[in-house]
Design a protein around this ligand. Structure first.
Ligand code: 5AD
Ligand code: FES
Length: 371
């Protein structure tokens, strides 16, 4: 028994030292518990500090509209949820939040919304991008998270000043994808993959991610998700635990789920393993972690994440942007959020990269090698 234990620990140590991993090895890492898990988390922190440094970059998150044309089965703001009051934040409100970010040294903002692709929406985003660049002396970096669009739209937004884009694949397993999305043309797995290709073609730093602990999801799916990100050669990742929402169809499977704490631990393991697999990308500490553990995002920063997205959405709208239940910071204003973040990040031993874009090192290398 003791020998067996030693052999498995040694083997685990060997895996941790690798630079490339088989699917089976990834599964061993993702599933690790106890002493082995501590080793994994320690290793990912070392790799992070070596490859991208100890700095955490802020991206001020502005959820500027919850109007959505899609019906994803997990999402609280899906079109079919009639309980949600729909809003479009006013231009001035969005620009004020951007000004706040700029003046407070955040260096970047993320504009996120439900998915629309009407000409009016595309134009509106385009105009906002130009105004944000103008008000900040061209200094604010802008990430968009506005769903699937045409190549032409992505190119237009890029020209107008967006330089990063987040589009989560949600799950790289086609079968699972269709268990969590309606099976129709509006929710096509192939189109989502195509959109990720368009984003690269348009020149963005591309981010994707998945939900962790979904009903029907296996450890093999999660290992494949990581391999998918590696193959796509992404620059950024945001991934977090799946949280059931009462007003969504996927809620019916809540009895199949792991406990929230298990999903939380699994999400941290995924962040740590991704850091080993793709050492120089930017990894965001997902807000969904904080919905389970108040210090959830800081815990992710300690094991591999290096980006955090403080919520700058005007307070009056936050109640209506509940993708999942218990979404944190619903009643805090931006200033408060910033202060509590600062204190916690410093306690977590990291340094804040104020006034720095903190671009993905992976992207910078990709540009240098012309890939
Ligand atoms: N639980 C966790 N994450 C969710 N998202 C949407 N709904 C949920 C949920 N119920 C995530 C999706 C989406 C991102 C904006 O929020 O991954 O891409
Ligand atoms: Fe809005 Fe999926 S429900 S993007």
């Amino acid at each position: 028994m003791v020998n067996f234990y030693l052999r498995s620990v040694n083997n685990f140590q060997e895996i941790l030292k690798r630079k490339t991993f088989s699917k089976e090895e990834l599964i061993v890492l993702i599933r690790s518990k106890g002493e082995e898990r501590i080793q994994l988390l320690k290793r990912s922190q070392e790799v992070k500090n070596r490859e991208v440094g100890n700095k955490v970059y802020f991206r001020g998150l502005i959820e500027f509209s919850n109007i959505c044309s899609k019906d994803c089965l997990y999402c609280g703001i899906r079109k079919g949820n009639e309980k949600v009051l729909r809003y479009h934040a006013k231009d001035e409100e969005i620009l004020d939040a951007c000004r706040f970010a700029w003046k407070n040294g955040f260096a970047s903002v993320v504009l996120q919304s439900g998915e629309l692709s009407t000409p009016a929406f595309v134009d509106r985003v385009d105009k906002l991008l130009k105004k944000i660049k103008q008000l900040s002396n061209n200094e604010l970096g802008i990430t968009l998270s506005c769903g699937e669009q045409t190549l032409e739209t992505y190119k237009r937004w890029f020209e107008s000043g967006a330089h990063r884009y987040l589009l989560r694949i949600e799950s790289s397993n086609r079968e699972l994808y269709y268990k969590i999305h309606p099976k129709n043309d509006d929710h096509s797995f192939e189109k989502r993959i195509e959109a990720l290709g368009f984003l690269k073609e348009a020149g963005y730093q591309v981010g994707t991610g998945v939900m962790i602990g979904l009903p029907f999801q296996t450890y093999e799916d999660l290992a494949n998700d990581l391999l998918f990100m590696k193959k796509l050669d992404i620059d950024m990742c945001g991934m977090g635990p799946y949280l059931e929402h009462e007003d969504t169809p996927l809620y019916q499977y809540r009895n199949m789920l792991m406990s929230k704490q298990e999903r939380f631990n699994l999400a941290l393991n995924m962040v740590a393993v991704l850091r080993l697999l793709m050492p120089d990308i930017n990894i965001a500490a997902a807000t969904a972690l904080q919905a389970i553990d108040p210090a959830g995002r800081e815990k992710a920063l300690a094991v591999g994440a290096n980006v955090i997205m403080p919520n700058l959405t005007p307070c009056e709208y936050r109640e209506e942007y509940q993708l999942y239940e218990n979404k944190p910071c619903l009643d805090e204003d931006a200033e408060l959020c910033r202060n509590c973040l600062e204190a916690r990040i410093e306690l977590a031993g990291a340094e804040i990269g104020y006034n720095e874009w903190g671009d993905s090192r992976h992207f910078i290398k990709r540009m240098q090698t012309g890939k």
